[in-house]
Design a protein around this ligand. Structure first.
Ligand code: UDP
Ligand code: MG
Length: 324
C-alpha cells in the first residue's frame, strides 16, 4: 500500500443518498464498527442527491458526533451515477468503497474487499449471487441486457457486479477524468481496467423506503449503457437497409414477372400502402436511433459541469480547497 499523503485517510466510503433519512442511523451503526476494525483512518462521504426529506439533517447530526463523517450536498437530484462521481471527487482515501445507503450492501463485506485490495487487487467488486428479491420480469430484462451487452458492447461486464465495490486510488483518479454525462458506471468501472476480482454477496432487503428505480428509469439506464459502449444500434440500420432493399428488389422482380406472365389484375394499392408504411416506419426508427446519439453528442458538447455542489459538511469541506 502506498502512502499518498500522511494525513489522508486510508479508506473512504462514498454513499449516494436520496431520501434515505430513516436509513442513515442504522447504516452508520453497522458501518462504523466495520471501518474501525479495518483502520482508524477512514472517512465517509455521503452525497445528498437532492433529497426532499431530512436526510441532510440526519447526516449533519452524524457528522457532528463523528467528524470522520462528511457530506456533499448537491443542489438538486442528479441521479445516483452522478452522485457517485461527485462523491469520488471528494475522497482522499488510498481506496474508495462505494455502497448504497439502504443496507442492501452488507457493510461487513468491506472487510473482505480490503483483504483483496491488500492482496494486490485494484478493483474489488461485490458480485450478487442471486436476484431472487427481484421480480421475474426485472430479472428477465437484466439477463437480456447482459446478453445484449456482451454481444455488442466493447467491454466485458462481470455479471452481477454493481456499484458495491472497492476501487484503488489509481482507478479513482482514472474514473474522475471520465467526464461523460450519460454515466453508465458499471461500464466505466470495466473500462478503467486494472486487476479486478469479485466477492460474492447476497443482496439484503431494503431497510426503509422504496427503491428509487422505476421501470422507465431502468430502461433508460440500460439504453445509456449500450449506447455509451457500443455503436451497434447505429450500425444495425445499415444491415437492415441492405436486407430491405434486397427484399424490395425481389418483390419488384416478382411483380414484373407476374405481370409479364399473367398481366395485371389489380392496380396494386395494397402493396403500395404496405411498402410506404413499412419504409416510413423504418426511417422513423433509424432517425430516432440517430437522434439518441445526436442527443448525447449535444449533452457532451455543452460541457456543463456534471453536478453542482450546494454545500459541504464535515470532513468533506476540507477537500474543497485542495480540489477547486
Ligand atoms: N440514489 C441516489 N439518487 C437517485 C436514486 C438513488 O443517490 O436519484 C441512491 C439511493 O439513496 C441509494 C442508492 O442510490 O443509496 C441505491 O438506490 P435504490 O436502493 O433506490 O436502488 P436499488 O437498490 O433498487 O438498485
Ligand atoms: Mg436499494
Amino acid at each position: 500500500m502506498k502512502d499518498y499523503c500522511v494525513a489522508s485517510p486510508k479508506l473512504s466510503v462514498v454513499i449516494p443518498v436520496h431520501n434515505e433519512s430513516a436509513n442513515i442511523a442504522p447504516l452508520c451503526e453497522r458501518l462504523l464498527p466495520v471501518l474501525n476494525r479495518i483502520t482508524s483512518i477512514w472517512e465517509i462521504i455521503f452525497v445528498d442527491d437532492g433529497s426532499q426529506d431530512d436526510t441532510l439533517l440526519r447526516v449533519r447530526d452524524m457528522s457532528l458526533r463523528e467528524p470522520r463523517i462528511g457530506a456533499v450536498s448537491l443542489s438538486r437530484n442528479f441521479g445516483k451515477e452522478i452522485a457517485i462521481a461527485a462523491g469520488l471527487d471528494h475522497t482522499r482515501g488510498d481506496a474508495v468503497v462505494i455502497m448504497d445507503a439502504d443496507l442492501q450492501h452488507p457493510p461487513e463485506m468491506i472487510e473482505a474487499f480490503v483483504e483483496r485490495w491488500n492482496a494486490g487487487y485494484e478493483m474489488v467488486y461485490g458480485q450478487r449471487t442471486d436476484r431472487s428479491d427481484e421480480t421475474r420480469v426485472k430479472r428477465g430484462f437484466a439477463h437480456l441486457f447482459y446478453r445484449l451487452f456482451s454481444r455488442f458492447g466493447e467491454i466485458d461486464l462481470p455479471e452481477g457486479a454493481g456499484d458495491f465495490r472497492l476501487i484503488d486510488r489509481k482507478g479513482v483518479e482514472v474514473l474522475r477524468t471520465l467526464g461523460e454525462k450519460a454515466r453508465f458506471s458499471k461500464g466505466l468501472y470495466a473500462w478503467v481496467g486494472f486487476k479486478g476480482t469479485g466477492v460474492p454477496f447476497v443482496v439484503e432487503e431494503r431497510r426503509f423506503g422504496d427503491t428509487k428505480w422505476s421501470f422507465r428509469k431502468l430502461f433508460r439506464f440500460a439504453f445509456d449503457g449500450i449506447a455509451a459502449f457500443s455503436t451497434a444500434p447505429l450500425r444495425v440500420w445499415t444491415y437492415l437497409g441492405f436486407v430491405i432493399s434486397f427484399l424490395s428488389i425481389a418483390t419488384a422482380l416478382y411483380f414484373a414477372i407476374r405481370t409479364l406472365l399473367f398481366g395485371t389484375d389489380l392496380p396494386g394499392f395494397p402493396s403500395l400502402i404496405v411498402s410506404v408504411m413499412f419504409f416510413s416506419g423504418i426511417q422513423l426508427m433509424s432517425l430516432g436511433i440517430i437522434g439518441e446519439y445526436v442527443g448525447r453528442i449535444f449533452a457532451e458538447v455543452k460541457r456543463r459541469p456534471l453536478y453542482v455542489v450546494a454545500e459541504r459538511i464535515g470532513g468533506a469541506a476540507e477537500v474543497s480547497s485542495s480540489l477547486v
